[in-house]
Design a protein around this ligand. Structure first.
Ligand code: SAM
Length: 248
C-alpha cells in the first residue's frame, strides 16, 4: 500500500472500523474496487466475503481481484439485491451524490446491515475544495463550475454532499451517527497528486462545451496553478467528510 494515493484518507477511515472475524462487507459504487482491495489488505484474514457493486462494469475488467472479493453490476438507486441483515460493514465513497433518492438508499443500507453493523460513507465537499493562485475569482469559478455541473452519467449532483451526509443518515433515526473530516493537503502541483488530477478533470467543462468554463478561462486557471507552484505558493486542499453510522 506504499504508493497508495489514498493512504492517509484510508488510515482515517480504517481506524474507525473494527471488523469481526469472518466479516461480510460491501462497497457501493466501488468503481475499480480500489478501496475493497485496501480493506482486504488492511484486514487480512478477517474478511469472509467482500462484494463491490457499481452501476457499470467498465472498470471491473482491469481489476486484479480474487476471492473473497466479488464484483457485481447493481444500481444503488433501486432496491439493493441483497438480503436483510447481510453485512457487518457497508462502505460507500463519492457515490451518494449521484443518487436522487438518498433517503431510500439510507433505508436500504440499514436493511442490508446486520444489527450493530457499521456504515462508512465518505464524500468530498466539492464546494470546499481550495487551490491557491493569483486570480481568486477565476479559481473559485473553475472549482464551483466543476462542483455544480452534472456529468452525463450522474442521476443527481450535490456539491455540498460532504457536509450534508451526516444529516441524511442522522435524521433517519436508524443509526448512531458520528462524523469527522479528513483534509487532503498538498503543496506540490505534480502529476499523480489529487490537485493535479482534479485540475485535469476540470478540462471536461470546456471540452464538452458545457458553457460553465471557456477554454481561455481553463488555460488561465492552469497557468495560475503552475505559477503558484513555480513561486512556492501552491496549496491544494480537499475535505473528505467521513460519516460513520452504527445500525440501531
Ligand atoms: C466518483 S466514482 C467513486 C468510485 C469509488 N467509490 C472511489 O471513491 O474510488 C463514483 C462511482 O459511483 C458509481 N455510481 C454512480 N451512480 C451509481 C448508482 N446509481 N449505483 C451504483 N453505482 C453508481 C459510478 O459508476 C462510479 O464508479
Amino acid at each position: 500500500m506504499n504508493n497508495f494515493k489514498y493512504k492517509t484518507l484510508f488510515k482515517s477511515i480504517s481506524e474507525q472500523i473494527d471488523l469481526p472475524d469472518n466479516a461480510v462487507i460491501a462497497d457501493l459504487g466501488c468503481k475499480d474496487a480500489t478501496f475493497l482491495l485496501a480493506f482486504q489488505e488492511a484486514f487480512f484474514g478477517k474478511i469472509k466475503s467482500a462484494v463491490g457493486v457499481d452501476i457499470t462494469d467498465k472498470w471491473f475488467k482491469d481489476v486484479k481481484y480474487k476471492k473473497p472479493i466479488k464484483l457485481e453490476v447493481m444500481n444503488c438507486s433501486k432496491k439493493l439485491k441483497f438480503d436483510d441483515n447481510t453485512f457487518d460493514f457497508v462502505f460507500t465513497k463519492d457515490m451518494f451524490e449521484c443518487v436522487q433518492d438518498k433517503d431510500f438508499l439510507v433505508g436500504e443500507i440499514h436493511r442490508i446491515l446486520k444489527p450493530g453493523g457499521v456504515v462508512i460513507c465518505v464524500n468530498c465537499d466539492w464546494d470546499s475544495v481550495v487551490y491557491n493562485g493569483e486570480n481568486k475569482e477565476l479559481i473559485s469559478k473553475a472549482i464551483h463550475a466543476y462542483a455544480v455541473t452534472k456529468q452525463p452519467w450522474m442521476e443527481d449532483l450535490d456539491s455540498w454532499i460532504g457536509r450534508r451526509m451526516y444529516g441524511f443518515f442522522n435524521k433517519s433515526k436508524l443509526f448512531y451517527s458520528t462524523v469527522s473530516v479528513h483534509n487532503v493537503v498538498e503543496t506540490e502541483y505534480n502529476e499523480g497528486t489529487f490537485g493535479y488530477e482534479l485540475s485535469k478533470d476540470i478540462a471536461w467543462l470546456h471540452k464538452e462545451n458545457t458553457g460553465a468554463l471557456s477554454k481561455e478561462e481553463y488555460d488561465e486557471f492552469i497557468g495560475n496553478l503552475q505559477a503558484a507552484q513555480n513561486s512556492g505558493k501552491y496549496i491544494f486542499s480537499k475535505p473528505y467528510y467521513i460519516y460513520k453510522g452504527v445500525k440501531i
